[in-house]
Ligand binder design. Structure first.
Ligand code: DX5
Ligand code: ZN
Length: 220
Protein backbone atom coordinates (compact mmCIF):
# COMPACT_ATOMS: atom_id res chain seq x y z
CA UNK A 1 0.00 0.00 0.00
CA UNK A 2 1.43 3.42 -0.92
CA UNK A 3 1.27 6.14 1.70
CA UNK A 4 2.31 9.78 1.30
CA UNK A 5 5.54 10.42 3.21
CA UNK A 6 4.73 11.24 6.85
CA UNK A 7 6.94 13.16 9.29
CA UNK A 8 7.43 12.00 12.88
CA UNK A 9 9.34 14.69 14.80
CA UNK A 10 11.37 13.20 17.66
CA UNK A 11 10.69 15.15 20.85
CA UNK A 12 14.10 14.08 22.14
CA UNK A 13 15.35 17.26 20.43
CA UNK A 14 12.51 19.45 21.76
CA UNK A 15 12.84 22.05 24.54
CA UNK A 16 12.07 19.88 27.59
CA UNK A 17 11.32 22.97 29.69
CA UNK A 18 8.13 23.42 27.65
CA UNK A 19 7.48 19.95 26.28
CA UNK A 20 3.69 20.25 26.14
CA UNK A 21 3.87 23.45 24.11
CA UNK A 22 6.42 21.84 21.77
CA UNK A 23 4.12 18.85 21.16
CA UNK A 24 1.19 21.15 20.37
CA UNK A 25 3.43 23.24 18.09
CA UNK A 26 4.61 20.31 15.95
CA UNK A 27 1.04 19.02 15.80
CA UNK A 28 -0.18 22.37 14.45
CA UNK A 29 2.83 22.55 12.11
CA UNK A 30 1.67 19.37 10.37
CA UNK A 31 3.44 16.45 12.05
CA UNK A 32 1.62 13.20 11.24
CA UNK A 33 3.17 11.35 14.21
CA UNK A 34 4.85 12.35 17.48
CA UNK A 35 8.02 10.24 17.87
CA UNK A 36 8.84 9.57 21.52
CA UNK A 37 12.30 8.18 22.28
CA UNK A 38 12.26 6.18 25.51
CA UNK A 39 15.75 5.33 26.75
CA UNK A 40 16.63 3.41 29.92
CA UNK A 41 20.40 4.00 30.29
CA UNK A 42 20.85 0.23 29.97
CA UNK A 43 19.91 -0.84 26.43
CA UNK A 44 21.32 2.52 25.27
CA UNK A 45 23.76 4.83 27.10
CA UNK A 46 21.18 7.57 27.70
CA UNK A 47 18.15 8.03 29.96
CA UNK A 48 15.11 10.03 28.82
CA UNK A 49 11.49 9.67 29.87
CA UNK A 50 8.81 7.08 30.57
CA UNK A 51 5.07 6.59 30.98
CA UNK A 52 4.43 9.57 33.34
CA UNK A 53 5.79 12.06 30.79
CA UNK A 54 3.87 10.38 27.97
CA UNK A 55 0.70 10.60 30.07
CA UNK A 56 1.36 14.30 30.76
CA UNK A 57 1.73 15.25 27.09
CA UNK A 58 -1.13 13.01 25.87
CA UNK A 59 -3.62 15.87 26.35
CA UNK A 60 -1.50 18.18 24.14
CA UNK A 61 -2.31 16.46 20.83
CA UNK A 62 -4.53 13.90 19.18
CA UNK A 63 -1.77 12.82 16.75
CA UNK A 64 -0.53 9.22 17.17
CA UNK A 65 2.23 8.70 19.74
CA UNK A 66 4.94 6.73 17.94
CA UNK A 67 6.81 5.32 20.95
CA UNK A 68 10.32 3.99 20.28
CA UNK A 69 11.39 1.79 23.19
CA UNK A 70 15.16 1.69 23.59
CA UNK A 71 14.83 -0.34 26.76
CA UNK A 72 15.43 -3.91 27.94
CA UNK A 73 13.54 -5.78 29.25
CA UNK A 74 10.42 -4.42 27.53
CA UNK A 75 7.52 -6.60 28.73
CA UNK A 76 7.28 -5.46 32.37
CA UNK A 77 6.55 -1.87 31.23
CA UNK A 78 4.24 -2.45 28.24
CA UNK A 79 1.00 -2.03 30.19
CA UNK A 80 2.24 1.30 31.60
CA UNK A 81 3.12 2.63 28.13
CA UNK A 82 -0.22 1.49 26.76
CA UNK A 83 -2.09 3.12 29.67
CA UNK A 84 -0.08 6.35 29.27
CA UNK A 85 -1.36 6.80 25.72
CA UNK A 86 1.12 5.18 23.33
CA UNK A 87 -0.44 4.32 19.95
CA UNK A 88 2.46 2.59 18.20
CA UNK A 89 4.91 0.71 20.43
CA UNK A 90 8.15 -0.17 18.68
CA UNK A 91 10.67 -2.53 20.26
CA UNK A 92 14.24 -3.43 19.32
CA UNK A 93 14.80 -6.91 17.91
CA UNK A 94 18.02 -6.80 19.95
CA UNK A 95 16.20 -6.15 23.25
CA UNK A 96 15.70 -9.80 24.16
CA UNK A 97 15.20 -13.42 23.14
CA UNK A 98 11.38 -13.33 23.09
CA UNK A 99 10.51 -10.38 20.84
CA UNK A 100 7.83 -12.45 19.06
CA UNK A 101 5.97 -12.78 22.35
CA UNK A 102 6.50 -9.08 23.12
CA UNK A 103 4.84 -8.14 19.81
CA UNK A 104 1.92 -10.46 20.65
CA UNK A 105 1.65 -8.68 24.01
CA UNK A 106 1.54 -5.22 22.36
CA UNK A 107 -1.22 -6.38 20.00
CA UNK A 108 -3.19 -7.84 22.94
CA UNK A 109 -2.98 -4.43 24.63
CA UNK A 110 -4.77 -3.00 21.58
CA UNK A 111 -1.75 -1.07 20.35
CA UNK A 112 0.12 -1.13 17.00
CA UNK A 113 3.30 -3.24 17.26
CA UNK A 114 6.50 -2.03 15.61
CA UNK A 115 9.92 -3.67 15.28
CA UNK A 116 13.21 -1.82 14.92
CA UNK A 117 16.77 -2.85 14.04
CA UNK A 118 20.12 -1.36 15.05
CA UNK A 119 22.56 -0.61 12.20
CA UNK A 120 24.47 -3.90 12.67
CA UNK A 121 21.35 -6.08 12.47
CA UNK A 122 20.53 -7.61 9.05
CA UNK A 123 17.02 -7.31 7.58
CA UNK A 124 16.59 -11.10 7.66
CA UNK A 125 16.39 -10.86 11.48
CA UNK A 126 12.77 -9.71 11.21
CA UNK A 127 11.68 -12.24 8.56
CA UNK A 128 9.48 -14.19 11.02
CA UNK A 129 7.88 -11.06 12.45
CA UNK A 130 6.43 -9.54 9.28
CA UNK A 131 2.96 -10.94 10.06
CA UNK A 132 3.09 -9.41 13.54
CA UNK A 133 3.86 -5.73 12.95
CA UNK A 134 2.25 -2.57 11.60
CA UNK A 135 5.59 -0.72 11.37
CA UNK A 136 9.26 -1.46 10.74
CA UNK A 137 11.74 1.15 11.97
CA UNK A 138 15.23 1.18 10.45
CA UNK A 139 17.82 2.93 12.61
CA UNK A 140 20.23 5.04 10.56
CA UNK A 141 22.24 6.00 13.63
CA UNK A 142 23.30 3.98 16.66
CA UNK A 143 20.41 4.50 19.09
CA UNK A 144 20.85 6.73 22.12
CA UNK A 145 21.24 10.31 20.97
CA UNK A 146 19.87 12.91 18.59
CA UNK A 147 22.04 14.96 16.26
CA UNK A 148 24.22 12.10 15.01
CA UNK A 149 25.38 11.58 11.41
CA UNK A 150 23.37 9.43 9.00
CA UNK A 151 24.83 5.94 8.39
CA UNK A 152 24.75 5.52 4.59
CA UNK A 153 25.28 1.74 4.75
CA UNK A 154 21.66 1.40 5.90
CA UNK A 155 20.22 2.49 2.54
CA UNK A 156 20.32 -1.01 0.97
CA UNK A 157 18.77 -2.37 4.19
CA UNK A 158 15.86 0.07 3.82
CA UNK A 159 15.39 -1.11 0.22
CA UNK A 160 15.54 -4.78 1.29
CA UNK A 161 12.91 -4.19 3.98
CA UNK A 162 10.72 -2.32 1.49
CA UNK A 163 10.81 -5.49 -0.68
CA UNK A 164 10.02 -7.65 2.38
CA UNK A 165 7.05 -5.43 3.27
CA UNK A 166 5.71 -5.38 -0.30
CA UNK A 167 5.96 -9.19 -0.46
CA UNK A 168 3.63 -9.52 2.56
CA UNK A 169 0.78 -7.57 0.96
CA UNK A 170 0.15 -6.15 4.45
CA UNK A 171 -0.12 -2.45 5.26
CA UNK A 172 3.16 -1.99 7.13
CA UNK A 173 4.78 1.47 7.47
CA UNK A 174 8.54 1.74 6.84
CA UNK A 175 10.00 4.33 9.19
CA UNK A 176 13.60 5.61 9.22
CA UNK A 177 15.20 7.17 12.27
CA UNK A 178 18.47 9.00 12.75
CA UNK A 179 20.30 11.74 10.88
CA UNK A 180 17.31 12.40 8.63
CA UNK A 181 17.57 15.91 7.18
CA UNK A 182 16.95 17.69 3.88
CA UNK A 183 20.04 16.03 2.35
CA UNK A 184 19.35 12.47 3.50
CA UNK A 185 15.52 12.48 3.31
CA UNK A 186 15.41 12.05 -0.50
CA UNK A 187 17.76 9.05 -0.21
CA UNK A 188 15.65 7.20 2.35
CA UNK A 189 12.43 8.01 0.48
CA UNK A 190 13.97 6.66 -2.75
CA UNK A 191 14.97 3.51 -0.82
CA UNK A 192 11.35 2.98 0.23
CA UNK A 193 10.74 4.78 3.53
CA UNK A 194 7.33 6.39 4.08
CA UNK A 195 7.70 7.70 7.63
CA UNK A 196 10.65 9.96 8.49
CA UNK A 197 11.73 10.52 12.09
CA UNK A 198 13.51 13.84 12.50
CA UNK A 199 14.72 15.42 15.73
CA UNK A 200 17.40 18.03 15.11
CA UNK A 201 16.25 18.64 11.52
CA UNK A 202 12.94 19.88 12.92
CA UNK A 203 13.70 21.37 16.34
CA UNK A 204 17.16 22.82 15.57
CA UNK A 205 16.59 23.86 11.95
CA UNK A 206 16.41 27.60 12.63
CA UNK A 207 13.18 27.87 10.63
CA UNK A 208 9.53 27.31 11.52
CA UNK A 209 8.60 23.73 12.41
CA UNK A 210 6.28 23.71 9.39
CA UNK A 211 9.04 24.77 7.01
CA UNK A 212 11.51 22.34 8.61
CA UNK A 213 9.09 19.42 8.15
CA UNK A 214 8.12 20.45 4.62
CA UNK A 215 11.83 20.56 3.68
CA UNK A 216 11.91 16.80 4.34
CA UNK A 217 8.83 15.94 2.28
CA UNK A 218 9.16 14.93 -1.39
CA UNK A 219 8.40 17.72 -3.86
CA UNK A 220 4.69 17.76 -4.76
C1 DX5 B 1 18.11 8.06 18.50
C2 DX5 B 1 16.61 8.29 18.38
C3 DX5 B 1 16.24 9.16 17.23
C4 DX5 B 1 16.84 10.54 17.33
C5 DX5 B 1 16.70 11.24 16.01
O1 DX5 B 1 18.35 7.00 19.38
O2 DX5 B 1 15.95 7.07 18.22
O3 DX5 B 1 14.81 9.26 17.14
O4 DX5 B 1 16.19 11.27 18.33
O5 DX5 B 1 17.38 12.47 16.15
P1 DX5 B 1 18.03 13.14 14.85
O6 DX5 B 1 16.89 13.30 13.87
O7 DX5 B 1 18.54 14.47 15.37
O8 DX5 B 1 19.09 12.22 14.38
ZN1 ZN C 1 13.70 7.11 17.75
Amino acid sequence: MNHPVAIAPSILSADFSKLGEEVSAIDQAGAEYIHIDVMDGHFVPNLTFGPPVIKAIRKCTKKPFDVHLMIAPVDPLLQDFADAGADIITVHIESGAHVHRTLQHIRKLGKKPGITLCPATPPEAIAYLMDMVDLVLVMTVNPGFGGQSFIESQLPKIAAIRRMIDATGRDIRLEVDGGVNKETAPKVIAAGADVLVAGSAVFNAGVSYKDAMNALRPPR
